[in-house]
Design a protein around this ligand. Structure first.
Ligand SMILES: [Zn+2]
Length: 448
Protein backbone atom coordinates (compact mmCIF):
# COMPACT_ATOMS: atom_id res chain seq x y z
CA UNK A 1 0.00 0.00 0.00
CA UNK A 2 1.21 3.50 -0.79
CA UNK A 3 1.94 5.82 2.07
CA UNK A 4 0.10 9.13 2.51
CA UNK A 5 1.80 12.34 1.37
CA UNK A 6 4.42 13.46 2.14
CA UNK A 7 6.96 10.80 2.91
CA UNK A 8 9.72 11.82 5.34
CA UNK A 9 12.92 12.39 3.33
CA UNK A 10 15.17 12.65 6.40
CA UNK A 11 15.86 8.94 7.06
CA UNK A 12 16.89 8.54 3.41
CA UNK A 13 19.32 11.45 3.66
CA UNK A 14 20.76 10.06 6.90
CA UNK A 15 21.30 6.62 5.39
CA UNK A 16 22.92 7.98 2.21
CA UNK A 17 25.34 10.01 4.33
CA UNK A 18 26.76 6.85 5.89
CA UNK A 19 27.92 5.57 2.49
CA UNK A 20 31.12 6.16 0.54
CA UNK A 21 29.33 6.95 -2.71
CA UNK A 22 32.11 7.30 -5.27
CA UNK A 23 31.23 7.30 -9.00
CA UNK A 24 31.64 3.54 -9.51
CA UNK A 25 31.97 1.87 -6.14
CA UNK A 26 30.40 -0.58 -3.71
CA UNK A 27 29.19 2.33 -1.58
CA UNK A 28 27.40 3.87 -4.56
CA UNK A 29 25.83 0.50 -5.45
CA UNK A 30 24.61 0.06 -1.88
CA UNK A 31 23.05 3.53 -2.00
CA UNK A 32 21.24 2.71 -5.23
CA UNK A 33 19.92 -0.60 -3.86
CA UNK A 34 18.80 1.23 -0.75
CA UNK A 35 16.87 3.81 -2.83
CA UNK A 36 15.34 0.99 -4.85
CA UNK A 37 14.12 -0.63 -1.66
CA UNK A 38 12.75 2.71 -0.36
CA UNK A 39 10.88 3.27 -3.58
CA UNK A 40 9.44 -0.26 -3.55
CA UNK A 41 8.26 0.20 0.01
CA UNK A 42 6.66 3.54 -0.85
CA UNK A 43 5.03 2.63 -4.15
CA UNK A 44 4.48 -1.14 -3.77
CA UNK A 45 5.49 -3.31 -6.71
CA UNK A 46 3.45 -1.87 -9.54
CA UNK A 47 6.16 0.51 -10.74
CA UNK A 48 9.74 -0.72 -11.16
CA UNK A 49 12.85 1.10 -10.00
CA UNK A 50 15.30 -0.26 -12.60
CA UNK A 51 19.05 -0.18 -12.42
CA UNK A 52 20.75 0.45 -15.75
CA UNK A 53 24.41 -0.51 -16.00
CA UNK A 54 27.34 0.07 -18.33
CA UNK A 55 30.81 -1.51 -17.88
CA UNK A 56 33.95 0.45 -17.03
CA UNK A 57 36.05 1.38 -20.02
CA UNK A 58 33.19 1.91 -22.50
CA UNK A 59 33.45 5.05 -24.59
CA UNK A 60 30.46 7.32 -24.09
CA UNK A 61 30.50 10.32 -26.43
CA UNK A 62 33.75 12.17 -25.59
CA UNK A 63 34.17 10.36 -22.26
CA UNK A 64 34.99 6.92 -20.93
CA UNK A 65 33.19 5.07 -18.12
CA UNK A 66 35.55 5.08 -15.10
CA UNK A 67 36.84 2.06 -13.28
CA UNK A 68 35.49 0.98 -9.93
CA UNK A 69 37.46 2.53 -7.08
CA UNK A 70 37.64 1.07 -3.59
CA UNK A 71 39.64 2.38 -0.66
CA UNK A 72 40.95 -0.08 1.88
CA UNK A 73 42.95 2.37 3.92
CA UNK A 74 44.90 5.61 3.62
CA UNK A 75 47.48 6.68 6.18
CA UNK A 76 49.97 9.49 6.70
CA UNK A 77 52.70 9.39 9.35
CA UNK A 78 54.79 12.38 10.35
CA UNK A 79 58.45 11.58 10.87
CA UNK A 80 60.86 13.76 12.81
CA UNK A 81 64.51 13.49 13.75
CA UNK A 82 65.72 14.11 17.27
CA UNK A 83 68.76 13.33 19.47
CA UNK A 84 67.80 9.71 20.09
CA UNK A 85 66.90 8.99 16.49
CA UNK A 86 63.55 9.19 14.73
CA UNK A 87 59.97 9.26 15.90
CA UNK A 88 56.86 8.57 13.89
CA UNK A 89 53.29 9.69 14.58
CA UNK A 90 50.14 8.88 12.73
CA UNK A 91 48.57 12.05 11.30
CA UNK A 92 45.77 10.66 9.14
CA UNK A 93 44.18 7.25 9.15
CA UNK A 94 41.10 6.88 6.96
CA UNK A 95 39.74 4.22 9.32
CA UNK A 96 39.81 6.61 12.25
CA UNK A 97 39.45 10.04 10.65
CA UNK A 98 36.53 11.04 8.41
CA UNK A 99 36.24 9.04 5.20
CA UNK A 100 36.86 12.19 3.13
CA UNK A 101 40.45 12.23 4.49
CA UNK A 102 41.53 10.35 1.38
CA UNK A 103 40.52 12.03 -1.87
CA UNK A 104 38.18 9.92 -3.99
CA UNK A 105 39.82 7.89 -6.74
CA UNK A 106 43.29 8.36 -5.22
CA UNK A 107 45.73 5.94 -6.85
CA UNK A 108 47.51 3.45 -4.60
CA UNK A 109 50.79 4.86 -3.32
CA UNK A 110 53.53 4.01 -0.84
CA UNK A 111 56.15 6.70 -0.52
CA UNK A 112 57.99 9.20 1.65
CA UNK A 113 58.01 12.93 0.89
CA UNK A 114 59.38 16.10 2.46
CA UNK A 115 56.47 17.59 4.40
CA UNK A 116 56.52 20.85 2.44
CA UNK A 117 56.14 18.96 -0.82
CA UNK A 118 53.31 16.87 0.63
CA UNK A 119 51.44 19.93 1.88
CA UNK A 120 51.89 21.78 -1.36
CA UNK A 121 50.92 18.98 -3.74
CA UNK A 122 48.92 16.38 -1.85
CA UNK A 123 47.04 17.97 1.04
CA UNK A 124 43.77 19.89 0.72
CA UNK A 125 42.05 22.06 3.29
CA UNK A 126 39.02 24.33 3.02
CA UNK A 127 39.35 28.05 3.67
CA UNK A 128 35.59 28.51 3.48
CA UNK A 129 35.01 25.85 6.12
CA UNK A 130 38.29 25.59 8.10
CA UNK A 131 37.00 23.14 10.72
CA UNK A 132 35.88 20.59 8.16
CA UNK A 133 37.61 18.16 5.83
CA UNK A 134 37.13 19.10 2.18
CA UNK A 135 35.93 16.72 -0.53
CA UNK A 136 38.46 16.25 -3.34
CA UNK A 137 38.69 13.72 -6.11
CA UNK A 138 40.97 12.39 -8.83
CA UNK A 139 38.33 11.07 -11.19
CA UNK A 140 40.24 11.64 -14.37
CA UNK A 141 43.82 12.51 -13.38
CA UNK A 142 45.23 9.34 -11.69
CA UNK A 143 46.67 11.41 -8.82
CA UNK A 144 46.31 10.97 -5.08
CA UNK A 145 45.83 13.28 -2.13
CA UNK A 146 44.66 13.65 1.46
CA UNK A 147 42.31 16.15 3.02
CA UNK A 148 42.17 17.61 6.53
CA UNK A 149 40.91 20.57 8.56
CA UNK A 150 42.65 23.89 7.82
CA UNK A 151 43.71 24.25 11.47
CA UNK A 152 45.61 20.94 11.31
CA UNK A 153 48.14 22.17 8.73
CA UNK A 154 50.47 23.31 11.53
CA UNK A 155 50.53 19.76 12.93
CA UNK A 156 52.00 18.50 9.68
CA UNK A 157 54.54 21.31 9.58
CA UNK A 158 56.05 20.01 12.84
CA UNK A 159 57.48 17.03 10.91
CA UNK A 160 60.34 16.98 8.44
CA UNK A 161 58.88 14.32 6.24
CA UNK A 162 55.80 12.19 5.89
CA UNK A 163 55.33 8.54 5.04
CA UNK A 164 52.29 7.83 2.92
CA UNK A 165 50.37 4.67 2.29
CA UNK A 166 47.20 4.48 0.23
CA UNK A 167 45.79 1.01 -0.23
CA UNK A 168 43.17 1.45 -2.96
CA UNK A 169 42.10 -0.53 -6.01
CA UNK A 170 40.92 0.40 -9.46
CA UNK A 171 39.20 -2.43 -11.28
CA UNK A 172 36.64 -3.08 -13.99
CA UNK A 173 33.17 -2.46 -12.60
CA UNK A 174 29.84 -1.10 -13.72
CA UNK A 175 28.50 2.43 -13.63
CA UNK A 176 24.89 2.35 -12.50
CA UNK A 177 21.92 4.65 -13.01
CA UNK A 178 18.64 4.19 -11.15
CA UNK A 179 15.50 4.93 -13.15
CA UNK A 180 11.79 5.14 -12.58
CA UNK A 181 9.71 5.78 -15.68
CA UNK A 182 6.09 6.78 -15.19
CA UNK A 183 4.25 6.69 -18.51
CA UNK A 184 2.05 9.61 -19.47
CA UNK A 185 -0.47 10.16 -22.27
CA UNK A 186 2.34 11.58 -24.39
CA UNK A 187 5.71 10.03 -25.24
CA UNK A 188 7.23 13.44 -24.61
CA UNK A 189 9.30 13.20 -21.45
CA UNK A 190 10.36 15.32 -18.52
CA UNK A 191 13.65 14.15 -16.96
CA UNK A 192 14.25 14.73 -13.26
CA UNK A 193 17.82 14.01 -12.25
CA UNK A 194 19.76 13.87 -8.98
CA UNK A 195 23.38 12.84 -8.57
CA UNK A 196 23.93 10.09 -6.06
CA UNK A 197 27.73 10.34 -5.97
CA UNK A 198 29.65 12.53 -3.43
CA UNK A 199 30.61 10.28 -0.48
CA UNK A 200 29.03 11.04 2.91
CA UNK A 201 27.62 14.44 1.86
CA UNK A 202 24.07 15.53 2.55
CA UNK A 203 22.95 18.71 0.78
CA UNK A 204 25.01 17.88 -2.30
CA UNK A 205 23.11 15.75 -3.16
CA UNK A 206 21.53 13.22 -0.83
CA UNK A 207 18.77 15.84 -0.46
CA UNK A 208 17.99 15.78 -4.19
CA UNK A 209 18.10 11.97 -4.26
CA UNK A 210 15.63 11.73 -1.37
CA UNK A 211 13.39 14.38 -2.96
CA UNK A 212 13.24 12.37 -6.20
CA UNK A 213 11.89 9.34 -4.34
CA UNK A 214 9.06 11.47 -2.98
CA UNK A 215 8.41 13.23 -6.30
CA UNK A 216 8.29 9.93 -8.20
CA UNK A 217 6.00 8.48 -5.57
CA UNK A 218 3.67 11.48 -5.74
CA UNK A 219 3.47 11.44 -9.55
CA UNK A 220 2.88 7.66 -9.53
CA UNK A 221 -0.21 8.28 -7.41
CA UNK A 222 -1.76 10.74 -9.85
CA UNK A 223 -4.68 9.46 -11.90
CA UNK A 224 -3.53 8.55 -15.42
CA UNK A 225 -5.53 11.43 -16.94
CA UNK A 226 -3.37 13.93 -15.04
CA UNK A 227 -0.11 12.48 -16.36
CA UNK A 228 0.43 14.30 -19.61
CA UNK A 229 4.18 13.79 -20.01
CA UNK A 230 6.09 10.60 -19.42
CA UNK A 231 8.20 11.23 -16.32
CA UNK A 232 11.70 9.79 -16.09
CA UNK A 233 13.40 10.04 -12.68
CA UNK A 234 17.13 9.29 -12.70
CA UNK A 235 19.68 8.77 -9.90
CA UNK A 236 23.16 8.83 -11.29
CA UNK A 237 26.85 9.66 -10.74
CA UNK A 238 27.21 13.35 -11.64
CA UNK A 239 28.15 14.26 -15.23
CA UNK A 240 29.60 10.91 -16.38
CA UNK A 241 26.42 9.08 -15.34
CA UNK A 242 24.15 11.24 -17.51
CA UNK A 243 26.65 11.26 -20.39
CA UNK A 244 26.80 7.46 -20.31
CA UNK A 245 23.04 7.09 -19.94
CA UNK A 246 22.00 9.55 -22.64
CA UNK A 247 24.67 8.30 -25.06
CA UNK A 248 22.99 4.86 -24.89
CA UNK A 249 19.39 6.13 -24.84
CA UNK A 250 18.93 8.15 -28.04
CA UNK A 251 15.14 7.77 -27.79
CA UNK A 252 15.24 9.53 -24.42
CA UNK A 253 17.23 12.39 -25.94
CA UNK A 254 14.71 12.54 -28.79
CA UNK A 255 11.63 12.44 -26.56
CA UNK A 256 12.82 14.58 -23.66
CA UNK A 257 11.29 18.04 -23.82
CA UNK A 258 12.88 19.37 -20.64
CA UNK A 259 14.87 18.46 -17.54
CA UNK A 260 14.98 19.45 -13.89
CA UNK A 261 18.01 19.01 -11.61
CA UNK A 262 17.07 19.33 -7.93
CA UNK A 263 20.01 19.76 -5.56
CA UNK A 264 20.90 21.20 -2.11
CA UNK A 265 17.28 21.33 -0.99
CA UNK A 266 17.55 21.37 2.80
CA UNK A 267 19.51 24.59 3.32
CA UNK A 268 17.96 27.54 5.13
CA UNK A 269 18.61 29.79 2.16
CA UNK A 270 16.32 31.07 -0.57
CA UNK A 271 15.05 28.57 -3.03
CA UNK A 272 16.41 29.46 -6.45
CA UNK A 273 15.74 28.26 -9.95
CA UNK A 274 18.26 28.59 -12.76
CA UNK A 275 17.16 28.82 -16.39
CA UNK A 276 18.23 26.46 -19.15
CA UNK A 277 21.11 27.45 -21.43
CA UNK A 278 18.78 28.99 -24.02
CA UNK A 279 16.64 30.57 -21.30
CA UNK A 280 13.57 30.62 -23.53
CA UNK A 281 11.96 27.20 -23.24
CA UNK A 282 8.55 26.44 -21.75
CA UNK A 283 10.20 25.28 -18.54
CA UNK A 284 12.07 28.60 -18.28
CA UNK A 285 8.78 30.46 -18.51
CA UNK A 286 7.36 28.13 -15.86
CA UNK A 287 10.18 28.76 -13.36
CA UNK A 288 10.14 32.48 -14.09
CA UNK A 289 6.54 32.62 -12.96
CA UNK A 290 6.69 30.09 -10.12
CA UNK A 291 9.91 31.04 -8.30
CA UNK A 292 10.89 34.31 -6.63
CA UNK A 293 14.63 33.96 -7.26
CA UNK A 294 15.51 33.00 -10.82
CA UNK A 295 18.92 33.24 -12.47
CA UNK A 296 20.37 32.65 -15.91
CA UNK A 297 22.23 29.51 -16.87
CA UNK A 298 25.70 29.56 -15.30
CA UNK A 299 24.72 31.85 -12.43
CA UNK A 300 24.09 29.03 -9.96
CA UNK A 301 25.77 25.71 -9.18
CA UNK A 302 26.06 23.51 -12.26
CA UNK A 303 25.17 19.85 -12.15
CA UNK A 304 23.77 17.52 -14.77
CA UNK A 305 22.05 20.38 -16.52
CA UNK A 306 25.47 20.86 -18.20
CA UNK A 307 24.98 17.50 -19.89
CA UNK A 308 21.36 18.05 -20.91
CA UNK A 309 21.86 21.59 -22.17
CA UNK A 310 25.02 20.67 -24.11
CA UNK A 311 25.23 21.03 -27.90
CA UNK A 312 23.72 18.08 -29.73
CA UNK A 313 21.67 17.06 -26.70
CA UNK A 314 19.76 20.32 -26.34
CA UNK A 315 17.27 19.28 -23.68
CA UNK A 316 16.36 22.55 -21.91
CA UNK A 317 17.21 21.75 -18.32
CA UNK A 318 16.77 23.95 -15.26
CA UNK A 319 18.26 23.65 -11.79
CA UNK A 320 16.29 24.05 -8.57
CA UNK A 321 18.24 24.37 -5.34
CA UNK A 322 18.95 26.51 -2.28
CA UNK A 323 22.57 27.35 -3.09
CA UNK A 324 23.80 30.92 -3.40
CA UNK A 325 24.80 32.33 -6.78
CA UNK A 326 28.13 30.66 -7.47
CA UNK A 327 28.25 32.04 -10.99
CA UNK A 328 27.90 35.52 -9.49
CA UNK A 329 30.85 34.90 -7.16
CA UNK A 330 29.03 33.61 -4.06
CA UNK A 331 30.01 30.34 -2.39
CA UNK A 332 26.99 27.97 -2.58
CA UNK A 333 27.01 27.45 1.23
CA UNK A 334 29.85 27.32 3.78
CA UNK A 335 29.83 23.52 4.19
CA UNK A 336 29.79 22.85 0.43
CA UNK A 337 32.03 19.92 -0.55
CA UNK A 338 33.23 19.23 2.99
CA UNK A 339 32.69 16.78 5.84
CA UNK A 340 30.48 19.44 7.49
CA UNK A 341 27.86 18.89 4.79
CA UNK A 342 26.27 16.35 7.09
CA UNK A 343 22.74 14.99 7.51
CA UNK A 344 22.21 16.64 10.89
CA UNK A 345 22.45 20.10 9.28
CA UNK A 346 19.72 19.44 6.74
CA UNK A 347 16.66 21.46 7.62
CA UNK A 348 13.56 19.28 7.50
CA UNK A 349 11.16 22.16 6.91
CA UNK A 350 13.25 23.41 3.98
CA UNK A 351 13.20 19.88 2.52
CA UNK A 352 9.41 19.74 2.60
CA UNK A 353 9.10 23.21 1.08
CA UNK A 354 11.56 22.28 -1.68
CA UNK A 355 9.71 19.08 -2.51
CA UNK A 356 6.43 21.01 -2.58
CA UNK A 357 7.88 23.63 -4.93
CA UNK A 358 9.29 20.97 -7.25
CA UNK A 359 6.01 19.11 -7.28
CA UNK A 360 4.19 22.33 -8.11
CA UNK A 361 6.56 22.90 -11.04
CA UNK A 362 5.97 19.37 -12.34
CA UNK A 363 2.20 19.65 -11.84
CA UNK A 364 2.09 22.99 -13.64
CA UNK A 365 3.87 21.51 -16.65
CA UNK A 366 1.39 18.62 -16.76
CA UNK A 367 -1.73 20.75 -16.44
CA UNK A 368 -0.70 23.22 -19.11
CA UNK A 369 -3.19 23.78 -21.95
CA UNK A 370 -3.80 26.19 -24.81
CA UNK A 371 -6.71 28.66 -24.70
CA UNK A 372 -8.24 29.02 -28.17
CA UNK A 373 -10.49 32.01 -28.96
CA UNK A 374 -14.15 31.22 -29.61
CA UNK A 375 -15.00 34.59 -31.19
CA UNK A 376 -12.81 37.23 -32.78
CA UNK A 377 -12.35 40.39 -30.79
CA UNK A 378 -11.98 41.30 -27.18
CA UNK A 379 -13.36 38.90 -24.58
CA UNK A 380 -16.26 40.23 -22.50
CA UNK A 381 -14.75 39.69 -19.05
CA UNK A 382 -17.81 40.62 -16.98
CA UNK A 383 -19.91 38.12 -18.92
CA UNK A 384 -17.39 35.41 -17.94
CA UNK A 385 -17.20 36.57 -14.32
CA UNK A 386 -13.53 37.62 -14.34
CA UNK A 387 -13.72 41.37 -14.83
CA UNK A 388 -11.73 43.69 -12.55
CA UNK A 389 -12.52 47.40 -12.30
CA UNK A 390 -9.48 49.42 -13.37
CA UNK A 391 -10.34 52.08 -10.78
CA UNK A 392 -10.11 49.47 -8.02
CA UNK A 393 -7.06 47.54 -9.14
CA UNK A 394 -5.34 48.94 -12.18
CA UNK A 395 -2.46 46.39 -12.15
CA UNK A 396 -4.81 43.43 -12.13
CA UNK A 397 -7.01 45.01 -14.80
CA UNK A 398 -4.01 45.52 -17.06
CA UNK A 399 -2.64 42.04 -16.36
CA UNK A 400 -5.95 40.48 -17.39
CA UNK A 401 -6.10 42.67 -20.47
CA UNK A 402 -2.59 41.58 -21.42
CA UNK A 403 -3.53 37.93 -21.01
CA UNK A 404 -6.65 38.05 -23.15
CA UNK A 405 -4.98 40.18 -25.81
CA UNK A 406 -2.51 37.34 -26.39
CA UNK A 407 -4.92 34.40 -26.53
CA UNK A 408 -4.21 33.23 -30.08
CA UNK A 409 -4.54 29.45 -29.97
CA UNK A 410 -0.76 29.04 -29.97
CA UNK A 411 0.37 30.32 -26.57
CA UNK A 412 -0.25 28.02 -23.61
CA UNK A 413 -1.36 29.16 -20.17
CA UNK A 414 2.28 28.97 -18.96
CA UNK A 415 3.39 31.17 -21.88
CA UNK A 416 0.61 33.64 -21.20
CA UNK A 417 1.18 33.74 -17.44
CA UNK A 418 4.83 34.50 -18.11
CA UNK A 419 3.89 37.63 -20.09
CA UNK A 420 2.91 39.64 -17.05
CA UNK A 421 4.36 39.86 -13.55
CA UNK A 422 1.19 40.67 -11.66
CA UNK A 423 -0.77 37.42 -11.66
CA UNK A 424 0.99 34.30 -10.43
CA UNK A 425 0.76 30.90 -12.07
CA UNK A 426 -2.13 29.69 -9.91
CA UNK A 427 -4.15 32.86 -10.59
CA UNK A 428 -3.46 32.69 -14.32
CA UNK A 429 -4.60 29.05 -14.49
CA UNK A 430 -7.73 29.91 -12.48
CA UNK A 431 -8.46 32.89 -14.76
CA UNK A 432 -8.28 30.83 -17.96
CA UNK A 433 -10.15 27.93 -16.38
CA UNK A 434 -13.01 30.30 -15.60
CA UNK A 435 -12.95 31.56 -19.18
CA UNK A 436 -13.02 27.98 -20.48
CA UNK A 437 -15.81 26.95 -18.10
CA UNK A 438 -17.96 29.89 -19.17
CA UNK A 439 -17.33 29.36 -22.89
CA UNK A 440 -14.99 32.32 -23.47
CA UNK A 441 -12.22 30.09 -24.82
CA UNK A 442 -11.83 26.48 -25.93
CA UNK A 443 -9.35 24.45 -23.94
CA UNK A 444 -6.97 22.60 -26.24
CA UNK A 445 -4.46 20.15 -24.76
CA UNK A 446 -0.87 21.39 -24.88
CA UNK A 447 1.14 19.33 -27.36
CA UNK A 448 4.78 19.28 -26.34
ZN1 LIG B 1 29.15 18.74 -5.76
Amino acid sequence: MSQPLPMNPMPIIEKLCTLRRDLVSNGYDQALLYLQEQFRTAVADELPFDIWTIPSGREVWDWRVPQQWELKRGQVWGVKQHDRGESKHILIDSRKNHGLSVASYSSPVSTTLPTTQFIENHLHTSEACPDAIPFHYHYYDSGWSFCCEERRRAEFEAYERVEIEIDSTLSMGELKVGQVVIPGRSEAEILVIAHLCHPYQAEDNATGCAALIELARAVAQWPEAKRHYTMRFLWSPETIGMIAYLSRHPHVVANARMGICPDMLGLQQNMVAVRSRGGNALIDRAIDTLFSFVGDYGEGVLNDEKVLNAPGVEIPCVAVNRALWWGRGEHPYPEYHTSADSADRVHEGAMYQSIEALLKLIETLHRNWVPVPVHPGLLHLSKHGVWTDEAENSSLFRAKLDLIEHVNGRLSVIDLAHRQPYMGMTEAFAFFQQLADSGGVHARPYRP
